[in-house]
Design a protein around this ligand. Structure first.
Ligand SMILES: *Cc1c(COP(=O)(O)O)cnc(C)c1O
Length: 363
């Protein structure tokens, strides 16, 4: 096998379907600053997601930073160590202190039973991540937030098109933030969105993404530049009609992986509810890091490049020194988890081959 297979491959709409959008942009002469394409994307995507509103931003990381700023968070933010580095960096850049809570070994999300023990008088919020689109324990988190008067932000970068108890998972928490980065389920090349049900927060987020300008043009807040461009929004618009197909394909490929790999008791999976999952990742759990590394080496030799999402557990970063509390579940999981290639154009034969290499590495 000579072709290289990476963990993912961005979805690209047919070029001829992108061009008419670009022609419209050329005609309007407007490239950015809340133009027609961004407005259309916000509206069409909200409809597709079944949510009231979405505020498009330049990327998910800036979306998280704006969410923290819009809620005026200070002090400590409780979060998970089992996430992409962007979650943590958004907290750092807003001068807040991350406080890690260990994860649940089955859902791989922040363990809500361990949150209360980490709340101090400095805690201002809980920032949960719906890992690989698996919804957090949103009910318990909401109850805790009410009891201690905390804000809740969800990093929903993985969670487009996931419903939980009859509504989009994006509608939970004070603000949810998602990502439309090239490798995500739906992409605008780079991009993201903030979702909130509060009109007041919505206005503030819109100001913050545009240097702090309010509707009348006065500078009334300490904003930043997090605007999405018209060309990026056009990419999203051109891809949107493929989303159902993308979701179906991914689920089929996910099912095929699971069917082959679950015959082996040494491979385990994240505990999911198929109704509340978008199949954007294919995580598999090995019994130990040694086997994972052996499988990874064998896959790499065959030009297959899965990714260690998420490794290391973020509490193990050098910046926290050696004294930081150990988080045994997150540390163990992050050493043993591997995300296998999963994308729209991946072929069944590739999946069968990947599984064969993994299974032969277990011996
Ligand atoms: C991708 C991702 C982000 C960051 O999104 P960008 O749009 O790339 O800035 C944040 N959190 C998680 C969990 C992610 O996977």
């Amino acid at each position: 096998m000579n072709k290289k297979i990476y963990v993912t491959r961005p979805f690209l709409p047919p070029l001829e379907e992108y061009i008419p959008y670009i022609e419209q942009i050329w005609e309007s002469g407007i490239l950015t600053n809340d133009g027609e394409m961004v407005k259309r994307l916000e509206k069409e995507l909200s409809n597709a997601l079944g949510i009231e509103n979405l505020i498009a931003v330049a990327n998910g990381t800036l979306g998280l930073q704006i969410a923290i700023k819009a809620l005026d968070l200070t002090g400590e933010i409780i979060t998970t160590p089992f996430t992409f580095i962007a979650t943590l960096r958004a907290i750092d850049w807003q001068n807040c202190t991350p406080v890690f809570v260990d994860i649940d070994s089955e859902t791989l999300n922040i363990d809500s039973k361990k949150i209360e023990a980490k709340i101090t008088e400095k805690t201002s919020a809980i920032l949960g991540v719906h890992v690989f689109s698996n919804p957090c324990d949103v009910e318990s988190i909401e109850a805790i937030s009410k009891k201690y008067n905390l804000k809740v932000i969800y990093d929903a970068a993985h969670s487009l098109f996931v419903n939980y108890k009859g509504k989009s998972i994006l509608e939970y928490g004070h603000i949810s933030v998602t990502s439309f980065h090239a490798v995500k389920l739906f992409n605008t090349v780079e991009g993201g969105g903030c979702i909130t049900k509060s009109k007041e927060l919505e206005e503030r987020i819109k100001q913050l993404r545009n240097f702090g300008f309010d509707k009348t043009g006065n500078i009334s807040d300490i904003g930043i530049n997090a605007k999405m461009s018209e060309l990026h929004a056009a990419m999203g618009l051109a891809s949107l009609k493929y989303i159902d197909k993308i979701k179906i394909y991914r689920k089929e490929k996910h099912d095929l992986y699971k069917k082959i790999l679950s015959e082996h008791e040494k491979i385990n999976f994240q505990k999911i509810d198929s109704e509340q999952y978008n199949y954007s990742y294919m995580p598999v759990l090995f019994q130990c890091e040694k086997t994972l590394l052996r499988a990874l080496e064998n896959l790499n030799k065959n030009n297959i490049f899965p990714r260690r999402y998420f490794y290391p557990s973020l509490n193990k970063l050098k910046m926290f020194g050696v004294d930081i509390e150990r988080l045994p579940v997150a540390e163990s999981i992050s050493k043993r988890i591997l995300c296998l290639p999963l994308f729209y154009s991946l072929e069944d034969g590739d999946i069968e081959n990947i599984c064969k290499i993994i299974l032969s590495s277990l011996k």
